[in-house]
Design a binder for this molecule. Structure first.
Ligand SMILES: C[S@@+](CC[C@H](N)C(=O)[O-])C[C@H]1O[C@@H](n2cnc3c(N)ncnc32)[C@H](O)[C@@H]1O
Length: 358
């Protein structure tokens, strides 16, 4: 059923499959119930396996992730409507098929916003890999949707079932978060990195921002945009570019930038994308990056490497990339391979900051 499914980006890892046992369990369960002609929503399809299998049933899908969005596109034939914002859902749905995210704030937000698009007895079928599961998911489903039951575990995956029995629940997201030394609160959507408080790595980077003058500045993997906003404060004349793979990060960064710089908001750029792919070469003078150490549930430095490669391509000659990372991460070696130079400009017990010049 799954052969030929592709991941996005395709990294030449032929051995890495684009589905897992939780996808298999969900589809096996669905095949045993009559769902033809019913209105189905797929939520958080990782690499498009669920969308590809259900495409002919006229389903729609919701994802916050650009990589999933692209993978769903790669693995289907244009018949699926993909929503990238929770406010765009169009129920009422008969079935919701969902991969439970690791981030319980995001799960809560999804369930609350979804609750307005359910009808009594809409069935939720939620799949997860046991090692990634948080107990809080049961509590959230019970509170917002209805009583839960579970399937037997198979190949380290399991399903949770719930039938809609409650009334719509308002979402507590986005949060308004105050951060010392910033005059205005930050708007953080539920799937944004460190949504409840300032991350300690981000704080360290804020204390070590480059002091020069840079006409075009890229906040690569921007989260809520705090790094780019701090850089715009230091360089009021710079043109700011923000990019992230999470749509909620982009929405947060847009809201926060507009709150700090209403007069400049129409000119700043925001890109929902993988790394900085597809952008023009030599188009920026400074890139600042606090790379992700995981992509969905997969942990590794592959995204950081792609970000450094894109930064190298998109920097003008003489341009600077400043990177923060945990001290044990091999970022200096990776940067040296790509840029031919890497200089440690600050380090503490947990974090190190490295500069590379093109
Ligand atoms: C460690 S957080 C840094 C966020 C923010 N710059 C800060 O310092 O607080 C890494 C960010 O990279 C984003 N990210 C993850 N994978 C990405 C990808 N493939 N392309 C672009 N951004 C990605 C995450 O959504 C997250 O916002």
């Amino acid at each position: 059923m799954f052969s030929g499914l592709k991941r996005y980006p395709e990294r030449g890892e032929k051995t890495l499959q684009a589905w897992d046992a939780a996808d298999e369990l969900i589809l096996e369960h669905l095949s045993g119930i009559d769902h033809k002609g019913r209105k189905i929503l797929i939520v958080n399809d990782t690499f498009g396996a669920l969308s590809a299998a259900l495409e002919d049933n006229g389903v729609s899908a919701y994802t916050d992730s650009y990589l999933s969005y692209k993978a769903i596109g790669l693995n289907t034939h244009g018949k699926i409507r993909i929503h990238t914002q929770l406010c765009d859902l169009e129920g009422p749905y008969d079935f919701v098929v969902m991969r439970v995210p690791k981030n319980m704030s995001f799960f809560e937000d999804i369930l609350c916003r979804l609750s307005r698009h359910l009808q009594p007895h809409t069935k939720l079928i939620c799949g997860y890999m046991i090692k990634h599961q948080a107990d809080a998911s049961f509590e959230l489903l019970n509170r917002i949707i209805g009583q839960t039951t579970t399937s037997l575990a198979r190949k380290k995956a399991r399903l949770i079932f719930a039938s809609y029995e409650r009334t719509p629940t308002p979402s507590p997201y986005p949060l308004e978060v105050r951060i010392a030394t910033f005059a205005k609160p930050f708007t953080n959507h539920s799937n944004v990195f460190s949504r409840e408080k300032l991350d300690i790595g981000t704080r360290y980077l804020l204390e070590h921002l480059p002091k020069g003058t840079y006409p075009r500045v890229l906040d690569l993997g921007c989260g809520n945009g705090i790094i780019g906003i701090a850089l715009q404060k230091l360089n009021p004349k710079s043109h700011l570019v923000f990019c992230d793979e999470s749509q909620m990060a982009i929405e947060s960064a847009k809201a926060n930038y507009a709150s700090y710089f209403p007069a400049l908001a129409a000119h700043a750029e925001f890109h929902w994308t993988h790394s900085f792919e597809g952008q023009a070469a030599e188009s920026v003078d400074l890139v600042v990056c606090n790379p992700p150490f995981h992509q969905g549930n997969a942990i590794g430095d592959f995204t950081a490497r792609e970000m450094f490669q894109d930064a190298h391509r998109c920097l003008a000659k003489g341009g600077l990339l400043r990177v923060i990372g945990n001290t044990h991460l091999p970022y200096p070696q990776m940067l040296k391979q790509i840029f031919g130079n890497a200089q440690r400009v600050a380090s503490g017990p947990k974090f190190a900051i490295t500069d590379s010049v093109k």
